[in-house]
Design a protein around this ligand. Structure first.
Ligand code: SF4
Ligand code: SF4
Length: 375
């Protein structure tokens, strides 16, 4: 095995192939605090990519309620159980990654879900932790909690699916780091299904091959964000390209949020894949649960999010989420506005940093009616 550097766990680790980072890396940020589980993203993906035979059960994009929702069933519980004790020292992971914990003769420690595990994608939806007593009202901090976790393939820097494929049918595009399955060379051994801890590769029994999220690469090639981003009702998503911490660019929205403000974190970094979807953690869930999900930097991320009103640049960036179907490569705060630019440097969007709020007078003098200021 080669030795590679994984900045998310603060150290080197073994990987099946030598480190070969793409020219630029597809990445995304999801703000969990804004997701309403409307599943528009799920349907946008479903109707675009997986309406064919053998794809009926597949959800390349899914949204599950944590802690009791999973797709497939218990995917994260099983992966973490298999891995055993996970220990961090500061920001360095001292436990084993899935590559380090692989059994003799295997490349990745994994498991294959049972077909039935995919049968209930909405299991646990809106199930909260804690009891809601009769007559109770919402209190902060919440005594009762759950949150929505939207998930796509992470287009990992060190994909377990790619490492595990005995036919080298999975590849990472050098131009944007999107991870794809070559349908010509795949023979349906499903080693990738077993290896991906996020369970984002699916077996198509009709075609006899594995299939997965393609990052909407035809859109990416035209400078546009994927379908599940463009359609997101909650405006929780922003797609772009991320640099390694030593090569960050301050005016790149993803570099700023992940590396500078450190407000967006990878999901289960201890598994060792360097996933490239980053999450702004929910403010109201217990920190112990969040530390296991997002690693030791989650406390600082939650504090940064809480204080975002005091941080103009951060607030400006948050206003850009969901503001344009195009991929924003650079941003600039211009007085009360923030502008986003494409790869060539052309302005593609400009929005106010703070959305203006209009409160209408209670009485309508023209029509003589009384207004309700609710939406
Ligand atoms: S469309 Fe956006 S808000 Fe709706 S479920 Fe998907 S990620 Fe959440
Ligand atoms: S999330 Fe899974 S399917 Fe996607 S690149 Fe990583 S290992 Fe492969």
């Amino acid at each position: 095995m080669a030795r590679v550097h994984n900045w998310q766990i603060g150290r080197e680790m073994p990987y099946w192939y030598a480190e070969a980072r793409p020219k630029r890396q597809f990445a995304a940020i999801f703000d969990i605090n804004k997701c309403i589980a409307c599943q528009t993203c799920t349907l946008a993906c479903k109707t675009t990519w997986t309406s064919g035979r053998g794809q009926e059960y597949m959800l390349w994009n899914n949204v599950e309620t944590k802690p009791f929702g999973f797709y497939p069933l218990a995917w994260d519980v099983k992966a973490l159980d298999l891995l055993g004790t996970q220990k961090w020292k500061g920001e360095t992971y001292e436990g084993r990654t899935l590559f380090e914990a692989a059994r003799e003769g295997e490349r990745v420690l994994g498991f294959k879900p049972e077909p039935d595990d995919y049968a209930y994608p909405n299991v646990g939806e809106d199930d909260a932790v804690g009891r809601v007593d009769n007559g109770a009202f919402l209190q902060v901090p919440h005594a009762v909690w759950f949150f929505y976790l939207a998930r796509i393939c992470n287009h990992c820097t060190y994909p377990a699916c790619l490492a595990a494929c005995p036919r080298s049918a999975i590849y990472k595009r050098p131009e944007d780091g999107i991870v794809l399955v070559n349908q010509e060379t795949c023979r349906g051994y499903q080693e990738c299904v077993k290896a991906c801890p996020y369970k984002k590769v699916f077996f198509n029994a009709e075609q006899g091959v594995s299939e997965k999220c393609v990052g909407c690469f035809p859109l990416i090639e035209q400078g546009e964000q994927p379908r599940c981003f463009q359609t997101c009702i909650g405006k929780i998503r922003n797609q772009g390209f991320i640099s390694t911490p030593d090569q960050l660019r301050e005016d790149n929205p993803l570099d700023y949020l992940v590396h500078i403000r450190k407000i967006a974190l990878p999901l289960l970094p201890q598994l060792g894949l360097e996933p490239n979807v980053y999450y702004m953690p929910p403010l109201h869930a217990p920190m112990g649960f969040l530390r296991q999900m997002f690693g030791p930097r989650v406390d600082a991320a939650v504090t940064a999010y809480r204080n975002s009103r005091e941080d103009r640049t951060l607030q400006a960036l948050l206003a850009l989420f969901g503001s344009t179907p195009k991929t924003i490569h650079r941003f600039k705060v211009l007085g009360d506005d923030v502008a986003g630019y494409d790869e060539k440097g052309d302005e593609i969007v400009r929005v106010p940093v703070r959305e203006p709020v209009w409160i209408r007078p209670l009485k309508d003098p023209t029509h003589g009616g009384v207004r309700l200021n609710i939406t």
